[in-house]
Design a protein around this ligand. Structure first.
Ligand code: MN
Length: 313
C-alpha cells in the first residue's frame, strides 16, 4: 500500500507553497487518513503571557525542515500509514467554553473516521478536550512532559483551565491514574501540596529532581513499566523543556529537559501503544529566533513516529 507523501523537499524548495505540518498532504476526506496532524489555535485560558493561539501556523512553518525517517528508530511514519494535515479547530476567539467544545467535537470526528489525533496547541487545556474526543470507554495511560502537574482543583475560580487539565481528565475517567506518568515537574509551588492530587490518585510523579537523581535510563524504564501495553496518550507541555530550548512559552521554568533528553526518552518509548498526542503552550510571539517552534515541530515528529511505529506487544 502506498500513501500520499509529504512534499518532496529535494524537488520543491522548502520555502515554496503554503505550509502544512511536516509538508504532509492536506486531506479533507478523513476516511483516507490514519494519523491527523492538526492545530488548536487557542489561548484564552492563559492567565499570564499569551500567544499560543499562533502556534499552529508558526509550527507549520518551522516544520518545513522535518524529513521523513527517525534517525534513531528508523521509523518512517509516512510510509507506514497515511499521515495528513487535517487543518485547525475553528476556536471561537471570545467564547472559552465554545472553544473547548469545538476541540472535543473535532477530535471526536477524527475518531469517528479512525483517525489518530496529533495536536499542536494551544494552551494546555487542549489535552482535556482531546482526551474527551478520543475516549472510547477505556481510560488512557498518559505520559505528560511538563514543569507543572496541572492538577489544581480551580484556577481563578474556574474548573477548566490549563492548570487543572489533568485533574479534570482524571475525574472524568479519561485517564487511568495507575498508568500515568508526569515527568519534569519543577516549577515553584503554590503551597507545597501541588503534587498531592496526582500522587494520591496513583500517578507516577517524577519531579525534575527525581529525574536528575535516577537518570535517563531509569526514567525510561519507569515510563515503560507504568504504561505497559495500555493505549497511551502523550502530552508535551513545551515548558517541560528548559527555557534555553523553549523561551517562547507562557510560563518559563528554569532547570528542565534538554531537547536531547526529550528525543532519547521519546524514541525509547517506541513500541508503546501511543494512540494520540499533543504539544502545547508554544507561544511564537515570545519566541527567540524560532527555537521554540522548531523544537515543537521536532517533538511533534517524535510523537508521530511513536504513533506510527509497530507495537511491541
Ligand atoms: Mn502543562
Amino acid at each position: 500500500m502506498s500513501f500520499e507523501q509529504p512534499v518532496d523537499s529535494g524537488k520543491i524548495a522548502r520555502f515554496v507553497d503554503i505550509a502544512t505540518f511536516m509538508r504532509a498532504p492536506q486531506i479533507d476526506d478523513l476516511a483516507r487518513v490514519d494519523i491527523g496532524l492538526f492545530g488548536i489555535p487557542f489561548d484564552l485560558g492563559l492567565a499570564y503571557r499569551p500567544g499560543a493561539r499562533h502556534a499552529p501556523a508558526a509550527v507549520r512553518e518551522a516544520s518545513r525542515v522535518i524529513r521523513r525517517v527517525n534517525p534513531t528508530t528508523g521509523i518512517n511514519p509516512f510510509e507506514r500509514c497515511q499521515v495528513a494535515d487535517v487543518g485547525d479547530v475553528n476556536c471561537h476567539p471570545y467564547d472559552y467554553d465554545a472553544g473547548i467544545d469545538a476541540m472535543t467535537a473535532f477530535v471526536r470526528a477524527l475518531r469517528g473516521h479512525g483517525v489518530a489525533p496529533l495536536a499542536c496547541g494551544g494552551d494546555h487545556i487542549i489535552t482535556l478536550p482531546c482526551l474527551r474526543g478520543l475516549y472510547d470507554g477505556t481510560p488512557f495511560a498518559l505520559v505528560q512532559f511538563d514543569s507543572h502537574s496541572d492538577t489544581l482543583d480551580t484556577f481563578y475560580g474556574r474548573r477548566v483551565t490549563h492548570a487543572t487539565t489533568i485533574r479534570r481528565a482524571h475525574e472524568e475517567g479519561l485517564i487511568d491514574a495507575s498508568r500515568c506518568v508526569q515527568i519534569g515537574l519543577r516549577g515553584s509551588l503554590w503551597d507545597g501540596s501541588d503534587f498531592d492530587y496526582a500522587r494520591d490518585a496513583g500517578m507516577r510523579v517524577i519531579t525534575y529532581d527525581e529525574y536528575d537523581a535516577m537518570g535517563r535510563d531509569a526514567a525510561i524504564a519507569e515510563i515503560r513499566r507504568v504504561v505497559g501495553s495500555h493505549p497511551c496518550y502523550v502530552t508535551y507541555d513545551i515548558d517541560g523543556l528548559d527555557p534555553v530550548y523553549a523561551p517562547g512559552t507562557a510560563v518559563l521554568e528554569p532547570g528542565g529537559f534538554s531537547m536531547r533528553d526529550s528525543q532519547v526518552i521519546l524514541r525509547s518509548m517506541t513500541g508503546l501503544d501511543i494512540v494520540g498526542g499533543d504539544v502545547a503552550e508554544v507561544s511564537p510571539p515570545l519566541d527567540v529566533g524560532g527555537i521554540t517552534v522548531t523544537n515543537a515541530a521536532n517533538l511533534m515528529f517524535e510523537i508521530l513516529c511513536l504513533m506510527a511505529a509497530p507495537r511491541s506487544s
